[in-house]
Design a protein around this ligand. Structure first.
Ligand code: FES
Ligand SMILES: [Fe+2]
Length: 320
C-alpha cells in the first residue's frame, strides 16, 4: 500500500482549537502547507503558499478582510474568490465542533461526517483530549482498529475480538464487535467493577484513512472516542484523541472522573501501540494471512481517497 507519500483526500483533524493562535496559524497536511484562519467563531483553512513567490502566509502575514497581506512583498492574497485580488489561495472545507478542527481536501469525501458531528454537537459534550506524535504513517493509526490479532498481543485483551464489518450508508467504513476488556473494567465502565472481565460493545465509523469515531458501550455508559491521525510530512503523524459523552439522564454533564479515566485508558492503549509503531519498518512488504482480512478491507477503502481530483483547476476556473 502506498503509505504517506500521497495525501488521502478525506477528513483530517488539523488541530484542536486550543492550538490556534490569534488570527493565522501555520499547519500542514503531509506536504501541503496550510494556514488556519480564526475568524470570530469560525476556522478557515487555506493554502499557505503565496502564489507570487512562495512565501508562507502564516509566518508574518496579516489578515485584511477576505485577504492575507503577504509578508514578503505585501500583495493582498485573496482567500478563495476575493474580488479585486490578482493572487488567490484555495480555501478548503473545514468543520469545527467541540473544539476539534477538521479539514477536507476534496468535497466528494464527506461520507456523512459533517452530519454526524453536527448531531453529536446537539446531544453530547465534547472533551478535547490528548495529542501524541508517532513515527508512523498516519493511516496505520486508524488501520489499527481493523487489526484483529494485535488486540490480544499488544493490548492484552483476553481474546481476539469478534470484529466484523457493519453497515455504513454514507460511504464510511464501519466495523463492530465486542471486546473482552479487563483494563477498562474498574475505570470507566460502570458495570464492570469487580468482575473478572467486561464485554464492551464496540462500533467504529471510519470516515477517511485519517479520522475515526468509535462508540464504546451502550445506553447510559456509551462513550465516543474521536481519533484523528494527520501526516506531518516528515514521516511522523500527529494523533489527536477526544471524547464525546452524553449528558446524564437528569441533564447534568457527565462525570469528570469517567471522562478522565476514558482518556487515560485511550492514552495507555496508544502507548502500547506506539511501542510497536516506533520501531516497525514501515516500508517492509506485508504478507497477509486470513486474519488480516479487515486490514485488507481498510486498505481498499483508503485507495478511494487517493484518486486525483477531477480537473480541479478547470472547476475553479468555471466558478470564477
Ligand atoms: S511572495 Fe507573497 S507577495 Fe511576493
Ligand atoms: Fe492498538
Amino acid at each position: 500500500m502506498a503509505m504517506s507519500a500521497n495525501l488521502y483526500r478525506g477528513w483530517h483533524q488539523i488541530a484542536f482549537e486550543r492550538e490556534l493562535r490569534d488570527r493565522l496559524t501555520p499547519a500542514a497536511l503531509g506536504h501541503l502547507p496550510l494556514v488556519l484562519i480564526r475568524d470570530q467563531d469560525r476556522v478557515h483553512a487555506v493554502d499557505a503558499v503565496c502564489p507570487h513567490r512562495g512565501a508562507h502566509l502564516a509566518y508574518g502575514g496579516k489578515l485584511d478582510g477576505d485577504a492575507i497581506v503577504c509578508p514578503f512583498h505585501g500583495h493582498r492574497i485573496g482567500i478563495g474568490e476575493t474580488p479585486g485580488c490578482e493572487y488567490m489561495v484555495r480555501r478548503y472545507r473545514t468543520l469545527t465542533v467541540g473544539g476539534l478542527v477538521f479539514v477536507l481536501p476534496d468535497e466528494r469525501h464527506d461520507n456523512g461526517f459533517t452530519a454526524l458531528m453536527e448531531e453529536l454537537n446537539r446531544t453530547h459534550f465534547f472533551v478535547q483530549g490528548f495529542t501524541l506524535v508517532a513515527h508512523a504513517p498516519a493511516e496505520l493509526v486508524v488501520e489499527n482498529g481493523f487489526d484483529r490479532r494485535h488486540f490480544e498481543f499488544v493490548h492484552a485483551l483476553k481474546s481476539t475480538p469478534n470484529l466484523r464489518l457493519g453497515p455504513g450508508g454514507h460511504g464510511e467504513l464501519v466495523i463492530q464487535g465486542d471486546f473482552q476488556a479487563a483494563a477498562f473494567e474498574s475505570n470507566w465502565h460502570p458495570g464492570g467493577e469487580g468482575q473478572a472481565s467486561t464485554e464492551i460493545g464496540f462500533l467504529a465509523r471510519v470516515f477517511s484513512p485519517n479520522v475515526c469515531v468509535s462508540r464504546l458501550g451502550e445506553g447510559e455508559s456509551e462513550h465516543l472516542v474521536i481519533s484523528g491521525a494527520t501526516p506531518n510530512g516528515d514521516g511522523r503523524c500527529t494523533i489527536r484523541v477526544s471524547v464525546a459523552v452524553r449528558a446524564r439522564s437528569d441533564g447534568r454533564p457527565p462525570s469528570e472522573s469517567a471522562i478522565r479515566a476514558l482518556l487515560r485508558d485511550s492514552k495507555l492503549a496508544y502507548e502500547q501501540d506506539l511501542a510497536i509503531w516506533e520501531h516497525r519498518v514501515h516500508d517492509a512488504p506485508s504478507r497477509f494471512d486470513d486474519e488480516d482480512d479487515l486490514v485488507i478491507e481498510f486498505h481498499r477503502f483508503c485507495k478511494n481517497f487517493l484518486e486525483a481530483e477531477r480537473s480541479e483547476q478547470s472547476r475553479a476556473h468555471q466558478a470564477r
